[in-house]
Write a protein that binds this ligand. Structure first.
Ligand code: CMC
Length: 376
């Protein structure tokens, strides 16, 4: 028999069709339901993008008002959930808290096993609404502060700032955050979305699929990179050190966080708009420490491009942007979850719409068949 062709990491393998989004490598473009993501980020708010991903079309005014009202009403956590999450050790990563929260939401939902489109839409909206409340309360707990309840009078982005800090920054900052949510929302068959589809393909429930997706996103080769970018910038410290640090890191075969992409080889389509948002945050801060961090960020980007020809991905500008917005570094990947929950759940619904169990093959290269030795 001829040896099977192996596709390690499923690179280049087309597994299924999707109507949700597409990346066109040649032109570095990304569209959600046909709309270029940079235009959505520039002209629409994240709530509208969430609606688009789930329902296939942008909402009209009445649809948006209804959607927002339902999301806002679902934000509070019940006491049992808050108490459970407050009992998790502070030494655990905030992604563990989020993973546990989603698993618990499933355990307490009597409709967990109802996988009808309507039930899954309701669960998706519940998660979209409640995840920010979990992330904000967890960040405050780690700062030794009491949680701040959600404010139903505020938009998704504004309310998150309110729950984290007790105040909403000026609209420029909120806008930069909202743009990041739109850019992070969906990216076709990335590792965490594919994880969600694998779990769904066994006809398991939505909470199980999302719990697994959170686990996949946590890793530094995927969503964990936005946190890792900040650790790396802190490690380098000074713009003058960027080149030498990079040479040493590359010589040690380290992966440089926030650079490279499985799909984009000539630059991530989402980077220019996020970099622009980051530049605005740096300019308005007018603070020497922020200017120094931005100079380091730029120096490392230039050095990486000249040494390796590798471009930054979205996590590179997003990591520093979240830092400048005041979020604690371990909360960066949980913020990614608050956005990607839209893409994951859109894919779960799509998978169920034309399900096939996802079960690939492996080429065995272990020992040949051999007898089990008799007992000694
Ligand atoms: N630092 C150093 N070298 C790199 C990097 C990097 N960040 N990215 C790619 N390369 C090199 C890699 O070493 C390999 O070189 P060689 O052919 O000499 O062995 C070549 O480029 C091809 O890379 P690859 O690892 O085979 O490509 P991949 O498609 O398997 O990896 C990746 C994609 C994202 C895992 C990788 O670029 C990486 O590890 N990046 C750092 C982590 C990161 O930023 N992840 C975020 C991904 S995008 C947004 C998200 O999901 O959150």
């Amino acid at each position: 028999a001829t040896a099977p062709e192996i596709h390690r990491g499923l690179a280049g393998v087309v597994v299924d069709t999707t109507e949700i989004s597409t990346v066109i490598q040649e032109t570095n473009s990304l569209t959600y339901r046909g709309y270029p993501v940079q235009d959505l980020a520039a002209r629409r708010r994240f709530e509208e993008v969430a609606y688009l991903l789930w329902y296939g079309e942008l909402p009209d005014e009445r649809q948006l008002a209804g959607f927002k009202a339902r999301e806002r009403a679902l934000r509070p956590l019940d006491r049992t959930t808050s108490e459970l999450l407050a009992r998790l050790p502070e030494t655990c990563h905030p992604m563990d808290v989020l993973r546990t929260a989603v698993s618990y939401f499933g355990a307490e939902d009597p409709t967990e096993d109802d996988d009808s489109p309507a039930a899954n839409r309701a669960k998706s909206l519940t998660l979209l609404a409640k995840l920010p409340t979990v992330v904000a309360a967890d960040q405050r707990r780690r700062r030794g502060l009491a949680p701040i309840p959600p404010d139903p009078g505020l938009g998704y982005a504004e309310n998150f700032f309110h729950m984290c800090f007790g105040s909403v920054p000026d609209p420029d900052v909120v806008r930069c955050f909202d743009i990041s949510l739109t850019l992070y929302a969906e990216h076709s068959f990335n590792a965490s979305t594919f994880t969600a589809r694998v779990v769904t393909s066994t006809l398991s429930d939505l909470y199980s699929a999302v719990t697994a997706a959170i686990g996949a996103l946590k890793g530094p080769l995927h969503g964990g990179a936005n946190e890792a970018v900040m650790h790396m910038l802190t490690e380098i410290g000074d713009p003058q050190r960027a080149e030498q640090w990079l040479d040493e890191a590359l010589a040690a075969k380290r992966k440089i966080m926030g650079f490279g992409h499985r799909v984009y080889k000539y630059g991530d389509s989402r980077v220019p708009i996020m970099q622009d948002a980051l530049d605005r945050l740096v300019a308005r801060a007018a603070d020497p420490d922020v200017t120094r961090k931005a100079a380091l960020h730029a120096a490392l980007r230039h050095a990486m491009l000249s040494r390796k020809g590798i471009h930054p991905n979205l996590d590179y500008p997003a990591g520093l942007a979240y830092h400048l917005m005041g979020f604690d570094t371990p909360a960066f990947t949980p913020i990614f979850v608050m956005s990607r929950i839209t893409g994951w759940t859109a894919h779960i619904t799509e998978q169920l719409g034309h399900n096939a169990l996802i079960r690939p093959l492996a080429a065995y290269d272990g020992p040949g068949q051999r007898p089990v030795p008799s007992d000694a």
